[in-house]
Design a binder for this molecule. Structure first.
Ligand code: ZN
Length: 164
């Protein structure tokens, strides 16, 4: 769902998007696949809708920390060996007081994660590809919910791994 200004706001269900369109609170700007039927209406499944009136959204500086969002931030690559990542690693181990925060979590492959155990990268002589940090930008409002629909790409500033 986009604001009247085309700024991405959040992900809503197809049902919610259809209700917004039928009540003229939003217009469909990109169709999805298929058609929704009700007693009186037939409506193409909306993929992207835009609100007809601008809503003020409080600036959200905090991006939710979810597995999917961590993988997306790190491009689905291991922070240590750059191989495909399938686990989440706490850089400074949780068992030793490391926090569950953007600055302390990275995507990691199972092998690096297992080898690392409860050691720190410094103890192993490992180097992080880049310092982990909280992601910024409007695309992050929709990441972490589900895999983005490719039809959303025009409105999102997605990382390269996402756009491919
Ligand atoms: Zn690795």
């Amino acid at each position: 769902m986009l604001n009247a200004s085309y700024e991405p706001l959040c992900v809503v269900s197809v049902r919610r998007a259809a209700i917004l369109v039928l009540s003229a609170k939003a217009v469909c700007v990109a169709d999805g696949e298929g058609v929704l039927h009700s007693a009186r209406h037939a409506l193409p499944v909306p993929s992207v809708v835009r609100l007809t009136r601008f809503v003020r959204v409080p600036y959200r500086s905090h991006v939710g920390l979810s597995r999917r969002a961590i993988f997306a931030r790190d491009g689905w690559r291991c922070a240590y060996c750059r191989g495909p990542a399938e686990t989440i690693d706490h850089v400074f181990p949780r068992s030793r007081g490391g926090g569950h925060a953007w600055e302390n979590v990275v995507a990691a492959c199972a092998r690096c994660n297992h080898t690392k155990g409860d050691k720190t990268p410094a103890e192993l002589g490992w180097r992080l590809h880049s310092a982990p940090a909280a992601p910024k930008g409007t695309a992050w409002r929709v990441l972490g919910h589900r895999a983005p629909d490719p039809r959303w790409a025009d409105w999102l500033d997605l990382p390269e791994a996402e756009a491919a």
